[in-house]
Design a protein around this ligand. Structure first.
Ligand code: B3K
Ligand code: ZN
Length: 880
């Protein structure tokens, strides 16, 4: 492990001196000593090749043999280290290099490169895992055609899978081994390489593309879990169809394979034709998966499938361009889910995620642009900014250009760049060219970090019947970017009239307004709307038209009116959240001073009306009734945060809401108890969501009948959603009953690791002082495994990221625990360790005592002399 290395910079990009056109790989699999022979067809690519020096990268590789054009190379011609292979005096014409390496998949605890999971072999190569398999030009702008031969013991690994289409296979005579050959005709970068070998069950199906091409579909999983793959298979077929219908994109190989594995550093991976998934995003049945799990399976299956075009057929020139594939593909999966489910509810859920995950990143020490310009460790840039804000940028592009202009640009992008390793400039050029738009200012969204803030003020002049709307923007300073330029911010809007309808206006002066979109481009602009019949309530940032924070001085009455009348469902939700947030922020300072929190009756009436409004879909009503969480409140307060005061304020406010809603809660809760047969579809999931939000509010009161209702639901539920909701309502309220219920849950599901992750998470998020000790005890529980990232994220990630009062304990014990854990895990799995450390990202916003304690732990980590580059990078930036 190295300490500080020189960073990579976007401005330093140079095309590779040599490139590789064809890769022939031969894997002789063996648990501890796998032999890999790579035959690379290499050719000079730029003038730099004249040096005759070929530099390949490796990572923990052992060289066993090296030939150039069939002849063994003398030791004087090369230098081989575990991290590099440098060959001298290579020809200035195409040549073939044959590299034989040995690797140890069983010892690979980083889960990058070739490793073992549940006795099977699998790979993860993005971003820089291929270099842990063989020496290579392991960079995304080297595109080659791969042929892979895999050989293994037949008994251990009856299934042998590679990228592309299957070719020849058979037994190796006189041995207990067999082989299979896979060929992928589409040139790809090494990060999309994959291999799986092992003993697996399979679910198969077929899909015929719109041009009539049959595609074989297979989902592999642990034996016995095939039936739990049916929802994933259904989601896959719907994704394939949707991409044809909405983007005109068809699948290109004869076969599409998904493999579910249990040890995986992230969600899933889009390897060409052979997606490898964390099993939690594949396996689902009513007894073990919640509605949220089903939605996640659908979304992740779609996301990885959509990468086949946005990522694989068109890949990234370098890792700085990561958002080119990730932001765009998140946008595509969000659109897919919106079409499959409720668009407004999906939008609210996505914005909640953005605000909960990306806003704190953008407002803290780890802030970086959607397209970063410098990195030390690329694994740390698979962030909410690159993914979720990256998707918002694509969404804004569509808002600015209109759906049709956007589609023309996308069509050109696919046509022009198929087979390329492209850049953000390439992408944007397709939209400027097809629509004639100047996107120079818009492009700042890719280079300026920080969440822009908009301050809005409106005034209606009755005499002239005009409405003046002043908008001012400010992009806060972020690390390395003290001064910002004004951005092009699309503000979707409406002027709501007294009867609830949007008011007309004749003309607008002061800036560009197209349809219902204000184009804000200056630091401050006053838009005057003429011939407006009455004083409007402005509805701004409809459907969250830009990833900004909006401050607008609306009275409680205006917000209440907006909750009732806005034709934009997102802003109805937003108005209710704003009302609640105001009460929570005021309540936090009351709580800090020992005063009781006041509950604004306006807020209760707003929530009551939404709850009772049968014209609204239940899933939407559930979203409105979910008031902001403790971390949302902390973010809004922004400085000198006292997590205990926040928790007290939120608890008291919820109690006030529960009292205010009174008998309506239990009435509605019962009304939805209609014993329908479980279906994971969006409509039924919405009914359950509403019912469970009500249960949660009821239980928060601590009333005996509410707890009895929760226990009853917990014991009699026929699905995970309802069982888990009852359990988490009790568990989150830290009631005495929770111990018994948590144990019952454990007993029922012991042996089912994915369900036990939910249990570990609930244990870790109990808001009570004994939780830290409980978490420490669970580290040695049989249900926990340090080697499995899902277990680690559930227990330790649950505690540090989802239990604000206990992680941020005033005695610093939570910080101390996380620091110890990260230092330990870092030696085994640096990527997951670095991820956990992100829990400290908002340390500077804490009140002084906690801030000091957090800083001391960060300094302790930083002082360790054997940190991985991943953890070193996060700790250094967090402290900077
Ligand atoms: N592209 C992968 C992420 C790889 C992460 C590498 N550390 C999954 C995805 O975004 O689809
Ligand atoms: Zn992705």
């Amino acid at each position: 492990m190295k300490s500080e290395s020189a960073p990579f910079r976007l401005e330093d990009y140079r095309p590779p001196a040599f490139t590789i056109d064809r890769v022939d790989l031969d894997f002789r699999l063996s648990p501890s000593a796998t032999r890999v022979t790579a035959r690379l067809s290499i050719r000079p690519n730029t003038a730099d090749a004249a040096s005759g020096r070929l530099e390949l990268v490796g990572d923990e590789i052992l060289l066993k043999g090296l030939k150039l054009d069939g002849l063994p190379l003398p030791a004087s011609r090369f230098t081989a280290l575990p991290s590099s292979l440098s060959v001298r005096d290579v020809p200035n014409t195409p040549f073939e290099l044959e590299i034989e390496t040995e690797i140890d998949p069983s010892a690979n605890t980083k889960l990058m490169g070739l490793y073992r999971t549940n006795g099977n072999y699998c790979t993860q190569c993005e971003a820089e895992g291929f270099r842990r398999i063989t020496y290579f030009l392991d960079r995304p702008d080297v595109l080659a055609v791969y042929t892979t031969r895999i050989e293994a013991e037949k008994a251990d690994a009856p299934i042998l899978l590679g990228n592309g289409n299957p070719g020849e296979s058979g037994d190796i005579p006189g041995t207990t081994r067999h082989y299979a050959i896979w060929h992928d005709p589409f040139p790809k970068p090494s990060y999309l390489f994959a291999l799986v070998a092992g003993d697996l069950g399979v679910l198969t199906d077929r899909f015929t593309t719109r041009s009539g091409k049959p595609v074989e579909l297979r989902i592999y999983c642990e034996h016995g879990k095939e039936a739990r793959c049916t929802y994933a298979m259904d989601a896959l077929k719907r994704s394939m169809k949707w991409d044809e219908d909405v983007f005109g994109l068809e699948y290109d190989l004869d076969i599409f394979i998904i493999v579910a594995v249990s040890d995986f550093n992230m969600g899933a991976m889009e390897n060409k034709g052979l997606n490898i998934f964390n099993d939690k995003y594949v396996l689902a049945d009513p007894d073990t998966a919640s509605d949220i799990d089903y939605a996640n399976v659908e979304g992740v299956i779609a996301h990885e499938y959509f990468h086949n075009w946005t990522g694989n057929r068109i890949t990234c020139r370098d890792w700085f361009q990561l958002c080119l594939k990730e932001g765009l593909t998140v946008f595509r999966d969000q659109e897919f889910s919106s079409d499959m489910r409720s668009r407004p509810v999906k939008r609210i859920a996505d914005v909640r995620t953005l605000q909960a995950r990306q806003f704190p990143e953008d407002g803290g020490p780890l802030a970086h642009p959607v397209r970063p310009e410098i990195y030390h460790e690329i694994s740390n840039f698979y962030t909410p900014t690159v993914y979720e804000k990256g998707a918002e940028v694509v969404r804004m592009l569509r808002t600015i250009l209109g759906a049709e202009g956007f589609r023309r640009g996308m069509d050109l992008y696919f046509e022009r760049h198929d087979g390329d390793a492209a850049t953000i400039e390439d992408f944007l050029a397709c939209f400027s060219e097809t629509t004639g738009s100047d996107l120079a200012q818009f492009k700042l969204w890719y280079s300026q970090a920080g969440t822009p803030q908009i301050v809005a003020k409106g005034h209606y002049d009755e005499a002239s019947r005009s409405y003046r709307l002043t908008l001012a923007q400010n992009v806060p300073p972020t690390p390395g970017q003290p001064v910002k330029k004004s951005m092009h911010i699309p503000v979707r809007f409406g002027l709501i009239g007294p009867n609830g309808e949007d008011l007309d206006f004749s003309t607008v002066s002061g800036g560009k307004v197209e349809g219902d979109v204000i184009h804000m481009t200056e630091p401050a602009q006053t838009f005057v709307f003429h011939e407006v019949a009455a004083r409007p309530v402005p509805s701004l940032m409809r459907a969250f038209s830009a990833p900004v924070r909006l401050a607008i001085d609306l009275s409680s009455d205006d917000l209440l009116f907006q909750v009732r009348a806005d034709k934009d469902p997102f802003n109805r939700w937003q108005a209710a959240q704003t009302l609640a947030m105001r009460a929570l922020v005021a309540g936090t300072s009351d709580a800090a001073q020992g005063r009781h929190v006041q509950v604004d009756p306006t807020l209760v009436s707003a929530l009551a009306e939404i709850l009772e409004d049968e014209t609204l879909e239940p899933a939407f009503r559930a979203q409105v009734l979910q008031i902001p969480g403790e971390s949302d409140i902390a973010r809004e307060i922004g400085q000198d945060v006292d997590p205990d005061a926040i928790a007290t304020a939120r608890r008291q406010l919820r109690l006030g809401v529960t009292r205010g809603l009174g008998a309506r809660l239990a009435d509605r809760y019962r009304a939805f108890d209609d014993h329908r047969l479980y279906s994971p579809d969006a409509a039924d999931a919405g009914r359950r969501a509403l019912r469970n939000v009500l249960l949660d509010l009821m239980v928060a009161s601590g009333a005996a009948d509410a707890i009895a209702a929760a226990r009853h639901q917990f014991e009699t539920a026929d699905n995970m959603t309802d069982r888990l909701a009852a359990l988490s309502a009790v568990s989150a309220s830290a009631l005495a009953e929770r111990r018994h219920m948590l144990e019952a849950f454990y007993e029922r599901y012991q042996g089912d690791a994915l369900v036990l992750d939910k249990w570990l998470m609930l244990e870790a998020t109990v808001p009570a002082l004994e939780t830290l000790d409980r978490v420490k005890t669970l580290l040695v529980h049989p249900a926990f495994a340090l080697s499995n990232p899902n277990r680690v994220r559930a227990l330790v990630g649950g505690f540090s990221s989802s239990n604000p009062t206990q992680f941020n304990r005033a005695d610093g014990a939570g910080f101390d625990f996380l620091a110890d854990f990260v230092l330990d895990l870092d030696r085994r799995n640096p990527q997951t360790a670095a991820r956990l450390l992100i829990a400290f990202r908002s340390w500077r916003a804490l009140e002084p005592v906690r801030r000091g304690l957090a800083e001391a732990q960060l300094r302790r980590i930083a002082a360790s002399d054997r940190l991985s580059p991943d953890t070193q990078d996060i700790v250094t930036r967090t402290l900077a």
